[in-house]
Design a protein around this ligand. Structure first.
Ligand code: ADP
Ligand code: MG
Length: 407
């Protein structure tokens, strides 16, 4: 039996999960409200809150899973990207626990974790104890698939493939080519033995390096702000609380998206840009203020009916349009119909609806993970760690967290 405890502490959520043989047993998250009054995450406060939360959160995850720490096979942790002080808390805790239990450590890339949320499958006991997970069909996309990863810090289109299958197919083809070559060219026995030996060595080597962890390739990503960041920053301009994304979502449902047209970027390839949209949002509001002769957003909102709702609708519609057009282009260029959504922004109701709409129009199979596995959570880290465990992909005790990294 493989029991893995995973710890996620990359930003402002302290989360721990336990996975047994690939089935999730528990996922406990403590969110930090301390940042609300500052309109954004304050790194130092986040690290301190992680320190307070980590012991009770890990304890609750183990208790809910019904797993004793002596039954653990490995400890997994988010190594990055994220806030360094926050990552240090999870990393140090994981190292200490792994050392004391004399079990391996597994590092997980937070972004890969978000993609792996699609493979999380809670055990029946966890579903029974959690009404929000009931009635959900846990299915994952088939390989290869595209994943639109949209969070507070990232917006990227990721190609996810099962390299195990691909690699083994290639190796088989290569090996049989070698044998055919040998026959047709009438190569000396010694040489052919070498080829066979080499082919079989390659197969063995590949078999060892073949992964349960899928391969991930970034096809495009934001060159400036992330989608979640655009939501949060524009929401701040509107005087909405932090994080602004969920507020934009709520107000957009009451607004008219056509009243305030916003700029759309013209970026080549599959890359994104949201900074021009943010500036256009700001300038549009500033022009409104000048026209109405007011100084603050509250004064403007008092004069212009439905101001915040209409701006939220315009912002949300524009962000979704930018995201989906590139995703659609990538899907048709690659001829891929399995399309998935991941990251905190996939909680957005408009984006979810757009995914389903595109799926209908372009015959995609769309995958959107349950809400609790889209925002930062340790369940997705546990899932990634489980595959790494099967690959014996462990990390040394001196592994340090990294603030910035790509998939
Ligand atoms: P990160 O890991 O980069 O910190 P998360 O995956 O935790 O990001 O996602 C957080 C982001 O998701 C925030 O920018 C937040 O505003 C955004 N978000 C959450 N819910 C919604 C929503 N319903 N609509 C739009 N954005 C949302
Ligand atoms: Mg995240």
């Amino acid at each position: 039996m493989i029991n893995i405890l995973s710890i996620e502490s990359s930003c402002d959520d302290t989360s721990a999960a336990v996975i047994r043989d690939g089935l999730l047993l528990s996922n406990v998250t403590a969110s930090q409200s301390v940042h609300e009054e500052f309109g954004g995450v304050v790194p130092e406060l986040a690290s301190r809150a992680h320190q307070q939360n980590i012991v009770p959160v890990v304890d609750a995850a183990l208790r809910r899973a019904g797993v004793d720490k002596r039954e653990l096979s490995a400890i997994a942790f988010t190594r990055g990207p994220g806030l360094l002080g926050s990552l240090l808390v999870g990393t140090s805790f994981a190292k200490g626990l792994a050392l004391s239990l004399n079990i391996p450590l597994i590092e997980v890339n937070h972004l890969q974790g978000h993609v792996m949320a699609h493979f999380v499958h809670p055990a029946d006991s966890m579903i029974a104890a959690n009404p929000k997970l009931q009635g959900i069909e846990f299915r994952h996309p088939a390989f290869p698939f595209l994943c639109l990863l949209v969070s507070g810090g990232n917006s990227q289109i990721v190609l996810v493939d099962n390299i195990k299958r691909e690699a083994s197919k290639d190796i088989k083809r290569e090996a049989s080519n070698d044998i055919k070559r040998e026959a047709s060219n009438n190569i000396k026995r010694e040489a052919s033995n070498n080829i066979k030996r080499e082919a079989s060595n390659n197969i063995k080597r590949e078999a060892q390096t073949q992964n349960h962890t899928p391969s991930m390739t970034i096809l495009g990503q934001t060159i400036d702000d992330a989608a979640g960041e655009a939501f949060d920053k524009c929401a701040k301009v509107l005087g909405l609380p932090y994080p602004g994304g969920p507020w934009v979502d709520k107000l957009a449902q009451l607004g008219d998206a056509t009243r305030y047209p916003l700029a759309k970027p013209n970026i080549p390839g599959y890359d994104y840009s949201f900074s021009g949209l943010k500036t256009s949002f700001l300038y549009s509001l500033r022009d409104q203020m000048r026209a109405e002769g007011v100084e603050t957003i509250d004064e403007l909102a008092a004069k212009v009916p439905n101001l915040r709702e209409d701006y939220c609708a315009a912002l949300q519609t524009t962000v979704i349009d930018i995201l989906m057009r590139k995703l659609k282009r990538a899907a048709s260029d690659l001829g891929i119909c399995q399309v998935a959504l991941a990251g905190g922004v996939s909680a957005n109701s408009g984006l979810r609806a757009a995914m389903l709409d595109y799926a209908r129009r372009y015959h995609w199979q769309a995958f959107i993970p349950p809400f609790s596995f889209t925002t930062d959570n340790a369940a997705m880290i546990a899932q990634a760690a489980y595959y790494k465990f099967l690959d014996a992909d462990f990390c040394p005790i001196d592994a340090v967290p990294y603030a910035k990294t790509t998939i």
